[in-house]
Design a binder for this molecule. Structure first.
Ligand SMILES: *[C@@H]1O[C@H](CO)[C@@H](O)[C@H](O)[C@H]1NC(C)=O
Ligand SMILES: *[C@@H]1O[C@H](CO)[C@@H](O)[C@H](O)[C@H]1NC(C)=O
Ligand SMILES: *[C@@H]1O[C@H](CO)[C@@H](O)[C@H](O)[C@H]1NC(C)=O
Ligand SMILES: *[C@@H]1O[C@H](CO)[C@@H](O)[C@H](O)[C@H]1NC(C)=O
Length: 640
């Protein structure tokens, strides 16, 4: 109770006798790092105006998350696979005080601007947006030192309700987390635009990757049987969207019995087309709007057929969405967890702009699929620590529930989107003086499976060793500037740094041996044949690698379910122990080492360097290597 009571006490004390709040006790709690796009500071707020102040309280027990995850995910743990129920997760991490307050984790109090300014040692201004919207805000705020450990966030303060115009000329040229899925964000797979007109076979896999090439490369031959109890989710951020005729064109050539098959749509925050119900947007059609979704779905659907695929289509066409939005949809408690989403980075719903999704945000509308692949990312240099940490903890919780979350590691080697590096303040900066490597988030989060990219070398076959991808894209990899090294990778990463010390200074990357290294593993990311806008093209990227690894994990889940053969129709939560959940502790363990093809050639250049080098064992280019499905399957089947 201590934290809450003190906050309330301070509020009432302040209301009664503000002078008792000594300025010297205050420490800065939050400061805005990026100016809010589109909002203009207008004038000082009226001292008598009433502010509905919301104080978000810190969750408890988060420091135990990594150990708890090890208990359910390490192959040597006696409690391997004993995943938690959503209720147990919510209760365990809720703020201890929450039971006395109806809205979990929040205190609400109406105060005048004058009082809020004294309480938080700040100045409030009115900000205006071209859309006509107004909001109160401040640049930074402080709270007394002795309560700062209990308070997560106070609103309204430095956070803005972003309503970003769709006019690209208004937007910054660099990748911006506000614009996940926006074509100009520099994300998504790359194409060389050429139409493919060649006879394809296993002999041409060095130039053209098809589902058969991947099956041969990774010994991936499996037809699922327990599809009703299994699930595989693909996340897409609007305006990225698939085109149904493209799926059928791909199926026609590579899996004709799937013609007409579609993913099961979960529409998150207006992900569904406002014009045509039950389908995603089809207004914008070209590679930059359809390439990512077509790629992800074509390969995930064919490689796991007949497993139904869940499409988590996130964000409306006006505002779009951030990573937190899909997490809200699969975990209602995350909507308010530690003060809720970050309006600087996420979509805020209802969206009141013309054509926007003007309905409540999608909280807890779907169960988390057991495997989720997300081929989107942002630079750590554009994420605040608070934002990245809150979200990373949520991936840890999904792991406790038995869900595997995979993210592509990035396509720019050690640099960020658009080849941008960080300056010495740790911020994205395209000046040549910015030499710091730019790790990719969320893959840099220790509770995510980060997937890098490999290639079949020119003239080589599916039976030859692959190299790190150096065609069109470079595999994202390196060391986090936010997250410490998790215990599961300590041996592998320490070995890499000791045996192959990279020739770079601490100004270029966190070389202390204490930072999280990524990616965790990899799969082919070069020369994928996809059907796109009515023709076949070649695409490149870790965007391709992630759904392929996700497909393999999904098929292993299927085999685990099939082996236990529960009664038909049994409630799927009874099988929760059968899903692999967070696989990193397993794939780094010595037991699993032989199930990966170690990649020992290639680099991931960026920031005017050659980047890191793929070597024997784990490396920050290709992780532990590419999976050999036939070897991986019995290992996972052998676990409890
Ligand atoms: C704050 O004021 C609003 C508007 O008068 C009211 O609806 C709300 O219930 C008040 N909240 C609290 C916590 O008193
Ligand atoms: C697709 O199938 C058609 C008809 O068999 C064939 O002509 C074409 O080369 C194939 N395209 C690819 C990319 O496999
Ligand atoms: C880094 O870039 C940011 C954003 O452009 C800028 O505010 C900051 O001053 C830069 N820091 C250095 C050391 O150049
Ligand atoms: C390197 O990472 C570790 C673990 O996150 C952190 O404690 C340390 O402060 C970082 N070092 C630098 C110089 O940023």
């Amino acid at each position: 109770m201590r934290g809450i009571l003190q906050v309330l006490a301070i509020c009432s004390v302040a209301l009664a006798a503000p002078s008792q709040l000594e300025r010297g006790n205050h420490v800065v709690h939050e400061r805005r790092t990026i100016e809010p796009i589109g909002w203009v500071q207008s004038h000082r707020a009226d001292a008598d105006d009433i502010i509905p102040m919301r104080v978000g309280m810190k969750q408890q027990n988060l420091h135990m998350l990594e150990d708890l995850l090890m208990d359910v995910a390490h192959p040597d743990s006696p409690t391997y696979g004993q995943h938690w129920t959503p209720e147990r997760v919510a209760d365990f991490f809720a703020p201890s005080e929450s039971t006395t307050f109806p809205q979990q984790g929040w205190i609400e109090v109406n105060v005048t601007v004058a009082t809020a300014e004294r309480l938080l040692d700040t100045e409030y201004h009115v900000y205006k947006h071209p859309s006509g919207a107004k909001q109160l805000g401040c640049h930074s705020y402080s709270v007394p030192e002795h309560i700062s450990d209990h308070v997560e966030i106070i609103k309204p303060t430095v956070h803005f309700n972003h309503r970003v115009s769709e006019d690209p000329t208004r937007l910054r040229k660099r990748a911006n987390p506000n614009h996940l899925g926006q074509p100009f964000s520099g994300q998504g797979p790359k194409t060389n635009g050429a139409k493919i007109d060649a006879a394809l076979s296993l002999a041409t896999c060095d130039q053209f990757i098809t589902p058969d090439c991947l099956r041969a490369l990774y010994n991936f031959h499996y037809t699922p049987v327990a599809t009703a109890k299994n699930s595989y989710g693909i996340v897409e951020f609007t305006p990225q969207a698939f085109l149904a005729p493209d799926l059928d064109q791909f199926f026609t050539n590579f899996s004709s019995k799937q013609i007409g098959q579609r993913p099961t749509l979960v529409s998150i925050d207006g992900g569904k087309s406002p014009v045509y119900l039950c389908v995603v947007q089809t207004i914008a059609q070209n590679f930059n709007f359809n390439g990512e979704s077509d790629l992800d779905l074509e390969y995930a659907m064919v490689l796991t057929n007949p497993q139904p695929i869940t499409l988590l289509q996130t964000g409306d066409l006006v505002e779009g969405a951030g990573f937190d939005n899909w997490l809200d949809a699969v975990d209602a408690s995350f909507c308010t967890f530690q003060g809720g989403d970050d309006p600087n980075q996420d979509g805020i719903y209802p969206d009141t702009l013309p054509g926007g999704f003007n309905q409540p945000e999608s909280c807890g509308i779907a169960k988390p699929p057991f495997v989720v692949s997300v081929s989107y990312g942002q630079d750590e240099g554009t994420a605040t620590h608070r934002y990245a940490t809150r979200q990373c903890n949520e991936y840890g919780k999904l792991g406790l529930l038995g869900t595997t979350v995979l993210y592509s590691s990035g396509d720019n080697g050690v640099a960020g989107f658009g080849g941008v590096c960080q300056n010495s303040s740790g911020v994205d900066d395209d000046s040549p003086d910015a030499v710091r490597f730019n790790p990719g988030f969320p893959g840099s989060c220790s509770f995510v499976v980060s997937v890098g990219a490999t290639q079949i070398n020119s003239g080589a076959t599916v039976n030859d060793p692959e190299s790190a991808c150096e065609r069109v894209i470079f595999s994202g990899g390196g060391f986090s500037d936010i997250f410490p090294m998790p215990s599961y990778q300590k041996t592998a990463v320490t070995n890499f740094l000791k045996v192959h010390p990279p020739p770079y200074s601490a100004a270029q990357f966190n070389n202390s041996g204490k930072a999280r290294g990524f990616p965790d593993l990899s799969a082919n990311g070069a020369n994928y044949v996809i059907a796109i806008n009515g023709q076949f093209e070649l695409v490149f990227g870790t965007s391709a690698s992630s759904p392929v690894v996700g497909s393999m994990i999904t098929m292993i889940n299927d085999a685990r379910i099939a082996k236990r053969k529960g009664p038909v129709g049994e409630f799927r939560d009874l099988f929760i122990e059968l899903y692999e959940g967070f696989i990193n502790p397993a794939i780094y363990s010595s037991k699993f080492a032989h199930a990966f093809n170690d990649i020992t050639t290639g680099t991931n250049p960026g920031c005017a360097t050659d980047g890191f080098t793929a070597v024997k064992g784990w490396d920050p280019v290709t992780g532990v290597g590419t999976p050999n499905f036939q070897k991986l399957l019995p290992l996972f089947l052998g676990l409890p």
